[in-house]
Design a binder for this molecule. Structure first.
Ligand code: NCD
Length: 359
């Protein structure tokens, strides 16, 4: 609308309107998301009791690609916030034209949807939806092609921050992202998030065919040898070989990839003491990581990552749907009934914000 508002994700007040990518999001906003997620995770009865924040709102999980953990954690998050949730798995091959995507969006919008959680094989799909969404409808990117997967990066940062010690300071952190960087939306989003949070060093480690040209421009150090790339890092994020995105042969074989780029017992020695081993899943046992490290080594945070996905996705959904932050709320008069925690966003018991509230 005006030149001072270049980021379609933010409204005129700098609040989240959509979440499409981590790139360009202000550091304070990232931290606000992490802090909110922490308050949801720490709430008494967090796993059992629902918060009323999204009561009366409708969330559609619109997935054009298969997903287990991402879709399920979005669903759980929306349900814990008391939203009505609809899961739609759409076969991408039947919607290959932009106009068909638009038809899908408009049809669902007409049913009164407040928030679409979109996963699509095409990079840019979430931006496309956001550009065409009606004024009161929000888009949350759950992964678009090789481009972005912002909530995965946020839950990765949340997981890392929990292990940073009391100062929760990223500025001394050395992290390595290892594997199929070329096809990975997680790698890109993690790089942006780590940079925004001020990580000291971000390494990307991959065989040459799986390393995007010019990636140094994102502020990373490039390694083609795993041993050197792992030396002294406090965080290693492993990535799956995204075979579904590979056109032609990128590698001689997965066995060779494992030999040169797989995380094995011997290679664990290279990590800094107490390092975190992370992976967005799904893992390929014996390819990017040995199965017993993934689920048996105390340094592995892979299941913790899945768990954190719920609180982080709750935080993003609550912020997008316009709930006041805890600071706003602290200045509001208390309402009935008293049983709900103050951090629960809108004053407990207050009616849902009017639909289509937009700034
Ligand atoms: C990732 C994704 O879909 O981009 N997984 C996930 O969201 N849990 C990574 C992957 O598929 O390898």
């Amino acid at each position: 609308m005006n030149a001072a508002r270049p980021d379609p994700q933010l409204d005129a007040h700098g609040r989240l309107r959509h979440l499409l990518t981590v790139e360009g999001l202000p550091r304070e906003l990232l931290i606000e998301i992490l802090d909110r997620a922490e308050s949801y995770a720490a709430a008494p009865g967090a796993r059992r009791e629902k918060l009323p924040l999204l009561h009366g709102k409708t969330v559609v999980n619109l997935f054009f690609e298969p997903s287990t953990r991402t879709r399920t954690t979005f669903e759980l998050a929306a349900k814990r916030l008391s939203a009505d949730v609809i899961n739609l798995h759409v076969n991408a091959s039947s919607t290959s034209k932009g106009e068909t995507l638009l038809d899908t969006l408009k049809t669902l919008e007409a049913m009164g949807v407040d928030l679409f959680v979109v996963r699509h094989e095409a990079s840019g799909a979430a931006h496309f939806f956001a550009a065409h969404a009606a004024p009161g409808v929000a888009i949350l990117n759950a992964g678009d092609g090789c481009h972005a997967h912002p909530t995965q990066a946020l839950l990765d940062m949340y997981t890392i921050r929990r292990h940073l010690g009391p100062r929760r300071d990223f500025s001394q952190l050395k992290a390595a992202i290892v594997g199929d960087i070329l096809h990975s939306r997680v790698a890109r989003s993690d790089i942006h998030a780590l940079r925004t949070l001020g990580a000291r060093e971000i390494r990307v480690v991959a065989p040459r065919p799986l390393m995007p040209a010019g990636i140094e421009a994102l502020g990373v150090r490039v390694f083609h040898q795993l041993d050197a790339g792992l030396d002294g890092v406090e965080v290693v994020i492993l990535l799956r070989l995204q075979k579904e995105r590979m056109v032609g042969a990128f590698l001689p074989s997965t066995a060779e990839f494992h030999r040169d780029f797989g995380l094995t017992r011997e290679r664990l020695e290279r990590l800094a003491p107490g390092a975190l081993i992370m992976h967005p899943g799904p893992i390929n046992r014996g390819v990017e990581i040995e199965g017993d490290i993934a689920y048996g080594d105390p340094r592995s945070r892979i299941l913790e990552q899945v768990e954190h996905g719920v609180a982080v996705r709750m935080a993003v959904m609550a912020m997008i749907l316009g709930e006041p932050s805890r600071l706003d709320e602290d200045s509001q008069p208390a309402a009935t009934p008293a049983a709900r925690p103050r951090r629960a966003g809108r004053a407990a018991g207050a009616p849902a914000a009017p639909r289509r509230r937009r700034r």
